[in-house]
Design a protein around this ligand. Sequence first.
Ligand code: SF4
Length: 279
Amino acid sequence: MAEGTPAASLSAKSPFELRVQLGDGVPEQTVRDALASGDMGFVHSFTTGSAVDGPGVRVVAWTTGCMWRCRYCHNPDTWKLTNGMPVSVTRAAEELGKYRQGLEIMEGGFTLSGGEPLMQHRFAAKLLAAAKGLGIHTTLETNGYYGDRLSDAEIETIDLVMLGIKTWDPARHEALTGVDVAPTLAFARRLAALRRPIWIRFVLVPGLTDDMADLAKTAEFAAGLGNVERVEVLPFHQMGRFKWERLGLDYTLGDVEAPSAEAVEQACAVLRRAGLQAV
Ligand code: SF4
């Protein structure tokens, strides 16, 4: 089975590295078999030492493949599955094993992010289970759309889900991402029923997600779940813009500035008023 390319390393300095076509040349049937079995997955890169992708210090695997088209996505090179490098679960777990002790000392763990990791849900489930088997704390960062692809037993191997919620309003969600918000909310409710902790990630984009009445509804929903430990308000930035341009994609947010510190604080205040811990 094809794995890796001589030209590309599994590690990247950051997910902002543009990576494309690493899986080109992998036969279509091999891709289909990989998706079905999960023994192999497509990964943009591994990064180490992240302090912003879950508790403590994290090793992060950024998978490729995403069915959403968020207008503010900063990693559109992860949309296409075969832009990623084919990596077996065994090799990925070996890579993680190297960091096991260090992660334990730094009270960190492994985060599977993307792209959307559940586009490759068999691979995601196997890799998270392998990490858990190594005694490593596991986090899944997801938009939740394909949460129903995971069994309850698979969800048990995930210590924390970082769930991206963009907006409460269905029409606005569709305009922003191209898809329905309902599956994401259903996954959040299911995690609550299973008593699995959630950190919500909310990107504050001036003019797109900064309607405080809309955010108050998201906050009310999140607070009502009972398993949301914190909400991270992430200020929009332009660091992914060059990828849109290099990939020839139509970037519509060129004129949007990062939100002010006051705007971020205002969003946090709305979330706190609902009883949530917002940072
Ligand atoms: S869900 Fe994430 S990876 Fe997918 S388009 Fe949106 S921001 Fe990008």
